[in-house]
Design a protein around this ligand. Structure first.
Ligand code: ADP
Length: 744
C-alpha cells in the first residue's frame, strides 16, 4: 500500500475514535444509568458502525482508482483518459462524501436517541435539544477535520493525476471551502473542549454539556453568519485577482505590477486575523451566555461560574490562535504565488502585526493559558483533572509548534535558496513563506534581488549573443570581400599576363622589323659573294686566269665572308628563337649570362652606336621563367638605347652574386629621367615617347615580372647624366638547382 494509503487508514481510525469519544460519550452519559443495555447498545452503536463500514467501503471504492492510476504512473505507464477521469472524480469526491456519510450517521443517531428518550418521557425536551445540538456541532467539526485531513493526504496524488493542472487553480476552487472547514472544525473542537473541561470540574458544571448548550445557539448562529459574511467580504479582492488571473479567457492576466495582486496579498494577509477576531468574540459571547444561563438557573455558585468563565476564555483563546494560524496556512499557497509572480511594494504589503508583537503576544498568551490550565485542573478531581491538563497542554503545544514552524520554515527556505543563488542558479523564485512580517519582507526583497540579478545576467548574455552575431556577420562579410578581392586579383593577374604577352608580341614586331634589316646584311653579303665565287670556280675549272693557288686563296676569302654572313644569320635566328619561346609553367634555373648574350644579340641593330660594357659573372643563376627574364633585359636595354639615342653612348651591364642576392644593374649615360617623371615611370601606359616608339608598358611589365620572381627593382637617374636600374633577385634554393659559386 502506498504511503498515502496508510495515511488515509490512520487518519480514518483516529477520526473514528474521536467521533466515538466526542459524540458517543456525551450521548451515552446523557442517557443515564445503564446505557449498555439500552437502545444505544442495541440499535445506535450497530447502526453507527454499519454506516461507518459503508463510509469505509465508499472511501475505498472512490480512492482505489486513484491508487491504481498513481501506481501505474509511478511504474512509467500511461493510464487511459477514462481511468484518469474516474480517478479524478474519486479524488474530488472522496473527502467530502466520506465526511458527509459520517456526519449523516451522527445526525441520525444524535436525533433518534434523544427523541426516543423524550417520547418515552425519560428526559426533558430542552436537554435533549441541547444534546442534539452538541453532537451535531461536534460531528460537523469532526467532518470538517476529516475533509481537510483527506484533502491534505490526497493532495500529492493530484499532481500525479493532473500534471498540467496549475496548483493555484486548485487553490482558487477550494480555499473558501477550506476556510469554512477550518472554522467549522474549530467550532466543533471548541465546543467539545468546553464541554469536556467543564464536566471535569464537577457534576453541576457538567450540565454545561447539556442544558447550558442551547443558550449558545443564538450567539453561535449570529456569530457564524457574521463570520461567513466577513470571510466573503475579506476574500473579495482575492476573488477579483482570480477573476483576472484565471477566469478571464484569452487575456494575459494581471501584470507584474498589477494593484489587484497587491490587494489580494493584503487581503490574504489580513483575513486570518479578521476571522480570528470575529470567532473569538463569538466564542466568548456564546460561552458567557451559557455560563450566565447556568448561573442564573442557580445551578452553580459564583466561584464555579468564575472558573467556567475562565475556561471559556482560555478555550476561546486557543481556538482563535488555531483559527488564525490555520487560516494563514490555508492562504499560504496564494501568498507564495503572489510573491513569486508579482512585484510587491513593501510599504503597501506590510503585515498588520510585526514579528515581535506576534511572537511575543502569542507566547505570552500561551504561557498565561498554560498557567491558568494548571491552576484550574490541579485541584479538579484526580483522574479527569490530569486528563484535562494533558489535553490542554497538547493543544498549547500544538500552537507553539505552529508558531515555531512559521519562524523556522521561511528561514530554512531562504537559507536553501541563498545557497542555490550562491551557485548561480537564479531561475527559481523566492516566494515569501507567509505574511510580510520581518521575515516575509526579507523574502520579498530577496526575490527582488534575485530578479534584478537574473535580468542583469540575461542582458549581459544577450549583449554577448548580439556581439557574437555581429562578429560572425562581419567575419562573413570580410570573407566574402576577401573572396571577391581574390577573384579580382586573379583577373588582374590574367590581364597582366595578357598584357605581358601582347607587349611581348608588339616588341617582337618592332624587333623583327629591326632584325629583318640585320639579317639582310649578312644574307646580302652571302648572295653578293656567290657570283664572284661562281666565277672563280668556273675559272679554276677552265684553268684560266691566275695560278690556281692564287684563285683558291681568293675563293677562300669569299667563303670566309659567306661563312661569317651565315653564322651571323644563324646567331640572330637562334636568339630570336630563344626570345619567342613560350613561357614555362614552372620556374627553372636561368643562366643570366646566356640571357644577356641572347638579348644583346637580338638588339645588335639598335646598339650600333652604343658601347656595351658587360661585366657578367659566368655562373650567375636565378630561379625563374627564362622568357620573362629575357623580356626584362630586352625592355631595359631598349629603353637605355632609346635614351642614348643617335649621339651614341655607353651601356654598362653587370651581374654578380652579392651577399645572398643576385644583383643585376643596367646603366646608361643617356638623357636621364626628370625628377617629376621619375615617380611615374613604373605606371602602366606612362610614356614620354612618341606614338610607335613606346607603349608605356615596358617598365610596368618589368616591375611585375621582377616582383613575381621575388625580386626588387630600384632606379637612380639624374637628367643629363644617365639612368641606372638595379635589380636584385633571390638566390636559387639549395638543391633546387646549381648554387651560384661564391664570388670575391
Ligand atoms: P616606353 O618605353 O614604352 O615609353 P616604359 O614603361 O618602358 O615605356 O618607360 C616609361 C618611361 O620611362 C619612358 O617613356 C621614359 O620616359 C622613361 N625611361 C625609361 N627608361 C629610361 C632610361 N633608361 N632613360 C631615360 N628615361 C627612361
Amino acid at each position: 500500500m502506498p504511503r498515502f494509503g496508510r495515511r488515509l487508514l490512520a487518519a480514518g481510525l483516529i477520526l473514528d475514535t474521536a467521533e466515538l469519544v466526542c459524540c458517543g460519550l456525551p450521548l451515552v452519559s446523557w442517557m443515564g444509568a445503564s446505557p449498555w443495555d439500552s437502545l444505544w447498545l442495541r440499535v445506535a452503536l450497530p447502526l453507527t458502525l454499519a454506516v461507518w463500514a459503508a463510509a469505509a467501503l465508499r472511501m475505498s471504492s472512490l480512492v482505489r482508482p486513484v491508487l491504481e492510476v498513481v501506481a501505474e504512473v509511478r511504474e512509467g505507464g500511461k493510464p487511459k483518459p477514462a481511468e484518469t477521469e474516474v480517478a479524478r472524480l474519486g479524488l474530488a469526491r472522496a473527502p467530502r462524501e466520506v465526511a458527509v456519510i459520517h456526519l449523516l450517521a451522527w445526525v441520525l443517531v444524535a436525533s433518534a436517541l434523544p427523541v426516543h428518550a423524550v417520547l418515552g418521557r425519560e428526559r426533558d425536551p430542552l436537554s435533549a435539544a441541547a444534546l442534539i445540538q452538541l453532537v451535531l456541532v461536534t460531528s460537523a467539526g469532526l467532518a470538517a477535520i476529516r475533509t481537510l485531513a483527506l484533502e491534505i493526504i490526497l493532495a500529492p496524488t493530484r499532481a500525479i493525476l493532473m500534471p498540467n493542472l496549475q496548483g493555484i487553480r486548485v487553490f482558487a476552487d477550494r480555499y473558501r471551502g477550506a476556510l469554512l472547514a477550518v472554522g467549522v472544525a474549530l467550532l466543533g473542537l471548541w465546543q467539545t473542549a468546553l464541554a469536556f473541561f467543564a464536566s471535569t470540574l464537577g457534576k453541576a458544571t457538567g450540565e454545561l454539556l447539556t442544558s447550558g448548550m442551547y443558550a449558545l445557539w443564538p450567539v453561535l448562529i449570529v456569530g457564524g453568519y457574521l463570520w461567513w459574511r466577513l470571510a466573503l467580504a475579506r476574500t473579495a479582492p482575492i476573488e477579483e485577482y482570480f477573476d483576472a488571473a484565471l477566469r478571464t479567457k484569452g487575456g494575459k492576466g494581471p501584470g507584474r505590477d498589477d494593484p489587484k495582486a497587491v490587494d489580494a496579498f493584503v487581503a490574504a494577509q489580513r483575513t486570518p486575523y479578521a476571522l480570528g477576531v470575529v470567532q473569538a468574540v463569538t466564542f466568548v459571547a456564546a460561552g458567557v451566555a451559557a455560563v450566565v444561563h447556568l448561573g442564573s438557573g442557580g445551578r452553580i455558585g459564583l466561584a464555579m461560574a468564575g472558573r467556567l468563565l475562565l475556561i471559556v476564555l482560555l478555550v476561546s483563546l486557543l481556538a482563535t490562535l488555531y483559527q488564525t494560524l490555520l487560516a494563514q496556512q490555508v492562504l499560504r499557497p496564494l501568498i507564495r504565488h503572489l510573491g513569486s509572480r508579482h512585484a510587491l511594494p513593501l510599504d503597501q504589503v506590510r503585515a498588520p502585526l510585526g514579528l515581535r508583537t506576534k511572537l511575543g503576544g502569542s507566547l505570552a498568551a500561551v504561557l498565561v493559558a498554560a498557567c491558568a490550565f494548571v491552576w484550574l485542573f490541579v485541584h479538579a478531581h484526580a483522574m479527569w483533572g490530569r486528563a484535562s491538563l494533558a489535553v490542554a497542554m497538547a493543544a498549547i503545544f500544538g500552537v507553539v509548534m505552529l508558531l515555531v514552524r512559521d519562524v523556522v520554515s521561511p528561514l530554512r527556505a531562504l537559507e536553501e535558496r541563498s545557497g542555490e543563488m550562491a551557485k548561480g542558479q537564479l531561475a527559481r523564485p523566492v516566494p515569501p513563506w507567509g505574511e510580510a512580517d520581518e521575515i516575509g519582507r526579507l523574502a520579498v526583497m530577496f526575490e527582488e534581488m534575485r530578479r534584478s540579478l537574473r535580468d542583469r545576467l540575461r542582458s549581459t548574455e544577450s549583449i554577448n549573443v548580439d556581439l557574437e552575431r555581429e562578429v560572425r556577420r562581419r567575419t562573413e562579410a570580410l570573407e566574402q570581400r576577401n573572396a571577391e578581392l581574390h577573384e579580382a586579383l586573379e583577373k588582374l593577374r590574367r590581364a597582366q599576363d595578357n598584357l605581358v604577352r601582347s607587349e611581348k608580341l608588339a616588341s617582337m614586331g618592332r624587333l623583327v622589323a629591326g632584325i629583318a634589316h640585320e639579317i639582310n646584311n649578312p644574307v646580302n653579303a652571302v648572295i653578293n659573294s656567290l657570283g664572284p665565287l661562281d666565277d672563280l670556280v668556273k675559272k679554276i675549272a677552265a684553268g684560266e686566269g691566275d695560278a690556281p693557288a692564287t684563285l683558291a686563296k681568293e675563293a677562300e676569302e669569299i667563303l670566309a665572308v659567306v661563312q661569317r654572313g651565315a653564322s651571323r644569320t644563324k646567331a640572330i635566328v637562334q636568339a630570336l628563337h630563344g626570345y619567342a619561346r613560350g613561357d614555362d609553367s614552372v620556374q627553372r634555373e636561368v643562366n643570366l649570362a646566356r640571357s644577356v648574350d641572347d638579348t644583346l644579340g637580338l638588339l645588335q641593330h639598335r646598339l650600333r652606336n652604343v658601347k656595351v660594357a658587360k661585366d657578367v659573372e659566368p655562373g650567375v643563376r636565378i630561379m625563374g621563367f627564362p622568357g620573362q627574364i629575357d623580356q626584362v633585359l630586352m625592355n631595359l636595354l631598349t629603353n637605355a638605347a632609346q635614351a642614348i639615342g643617335e649621339k651614341g653612348g655607353t651601356i654598362s651591364l653587370a651581374a654578380r652574386n652579392q651577399d645572398d642576392r643576385v644583383l643585376l644593374t643596367i646603366a646608361d649615360d643617356g638623357a636621364g629621367i626628370p625628377q617629376d617623371v621619375l615617380p611615374r615611370i613604373f605606371d602602366p601606359f606612362f610614356t614620354t615617347k612618341d606614338v610607335g616608339e613606346g607603349s608605356g608598358l615596358g617598365l610596368s611589365i618589368v616591375h611585375g615580372i621582377i616582383e613575381r620572381h621575388g625580386g626588387h627593382i630600384d632606379v637612380d637617374s639624374h637628367p643629363g647624366q644617365g639612368t641606372k636600374f638595379s635589380i636584385s633577385f633571390p638566390l636559387p634554393p639549395v638543391g633546387g638547382g646549381a648554387r651560384n659559386p661564391p664570388t670575391a
